[in-house]
Design a protein around this ligand. Sequence first.
Ligand SMILES: Cc1ncc(COP(=O)(O)O)c(C=O)c1O
Length: 434
Amino acid sequence: MSNTEALKTRRSKAVANGVATRGIYAARAENAELWDADGKRFIDFAAGIAVNNTGHRHPKVMVAVALQAEQFTHTCFHVAPYEGYIALAERLNAATPGDFEKKTMMVTTGAEAVENAVKMARAYTGRSGIIAFSGAFHGRTLMGMALCGKVNPYKKAFGAMPPEILHAPFPNEFHGVTVEQSLSILDNMFKSSIDPERVAAMIIEPVQGEGGFNVAQPEFLRALRKLCDDHGILLIADEVQTGIARTGKMFAIEHADVAADLVVMAKGLAGGFPLSAVTGRAEVVDAAPVGGIGGTYAGNPLAVAAANAVLDVIDEEDLCARATEIGDQIKARLDTVADRQGMDAIGDVRGLGAMVAFELVTDRDSNNPDPALTQAIVAEAEARGLIILLCGTRANAVRLLPPLTTPQAHLDEALDILESSIEAAVNAVSIAAE
Ligand SMILES: Cc1ncc(COP(=O)(O)O)c(C=O)c1O
């Protein structure tokens, strides 16, 4: 029995079924490469789901963490605060868009940061309503799942959701929802479902992650900003997946030239260590009463040291520019494949920077989803040594999230594997249909 088979057997006996797992058991990883428990090598275009933007074990991040570990690993910021947290807060206040005074608080996961942003918005406005969008993903805590715009699996089986959480349609022209339609439904919601004066915040991913890498049009984000300003509603940008250079800017909302009142970030922030943050208008962040936000492990010193190193690396290695370059190369390759005869199954190629997805359909006329082909492509790629992920509300999109430090040779190799995996999966479907 292989090591992987043995681990699969132990995993299924010992670990909760509800925790979804792939079949690749990690043994070690370096930059864009990962080796499994049997020594098989992969190029990792999942990057721990958009976490390892600076690659696995970036040398500068590892040194920063090792140095911090020699000083202390935990004091609890509430008990004995430390300089690294303050320095990181200063840097995030400066890095997030918006020419106003900002403050930051740190927690550990994306969902926790979302929770805290909602708490701040409610405390500041004295209102309780929150508007999120269809297809959204904001985490698996009680508020996080309530904000998700997808029932199965995130809300199914988990009982009553908190009240006054509403969902407006995320504009997605490929799925037939225009910006105008989305704005008109929002307007209608204010007439039929909730008084805008009861709404504390709108929360949006500038590019939906789990929902299928749907890019919010800049004009939509600007219209939301205006709508929020008109009604005294706060705008929260959930940049957990899009942030930290992933889309070619530090934060994706910068592409629309919009400043959110609160920015939620996690994943890429600490290069593989668990850390999340909420940065925003000082008066909003400060609306939470002393002791009302934070946590025992919130802003852990090792993760904070990693994050300060990640920000240095992004600067020194110009990773925003590299994200754009990587994304352009991936899109160009996918467009070439999609243009080939017999490749009608690729219905759409989209994304922003190094956050690229392609959607698989039965044919381009109907745009009906083809989740079986999507899974087949992911499985072919895995067999050939490339880790890629599924996404999309219809489970028919493949998403590519390479580390922004991926060497050109590994990027070329990964794109060759991707192309041959698509061809093999599409050919298998054609042969089965004959
Ligand atoms: C946009 C977005 N928000 C929130 C979350 C939740 O983050 P976490 O899994 O760290 O709780 C995720 C995770 O994928 C995400 O993509």
